[in-house]
Design a protein around this ligand. Sequence first.
Ligand code: PGA
Length: 245
Amino acid sequence: MAGNWKMYKTPDDTKKFFEQFNSLVAAAQHCEILICPPALDLTTAVAATIGTNVQIGAQNLIAGKEGAFTGELSGYLIKSAGCSHVLIGHSERRQYYHETDESVYEKTLAAFEAGLKPVVCVGEKLEDREAGKTADVLIRQFRGGLGKLTPELFAQVVVAYEPVWAIGTGKTATPQIASDAHAVIRKEAAAVFGAAAAKSLRILYGGSVKPDNVKSLMAEAEINGVLVGGASLKADSFAKIVNYL
Ligand code: PGA
């Protein structure tokens, strides 16, 4: 169960969030819990979750270790801050910062090199869906972003299916729509990496997940977890999502 805070919360807000959140999810043993705050808050979040069942991830990285790249963060720096995960290829990064399937692939390799677990996002836009191209887009993003990984690395990837039309819009994909999309991704994973790898691949659904719809989404066998934006910003609301059972 993963939360993506996007560009919200100060270090002080972050500290207050975990003061409330940690105890609300301390008993959760059915899942891994991940929060991805803005880069500025990573060290605060890591310090606030030491010894808990909450893991911390960044929202982006660039390849390489250190260098003259003003304004950027490498996996090495993110890992050094105590993070375990990194989001890659979120639709907002593809849309506003020109990320491509190729850069998603490079960033995924960079995450592994730094010892971070990548959560790689894919998802179609509304016009793709309306044109009947959802499967084509998902297959292209999967192949371009992940298809060239070695089987050993692929086994450690988490994929997040995030239909762009459902992000921040209040329009959640129905459990059936999400499940069908996950099945497309899993089928492609089977074609490239084999049936066993596809079966154990974890695919999260993201897009307007809330405490009141998480249960029906998680009831789908194809949906292995969720990636939550808006509803992860409040400790009680994200704790309800984590504790959906
Ligand atoms: P949302 O965002 O839950 O606010 O729709 C999801 C995401 O972009 O990861």
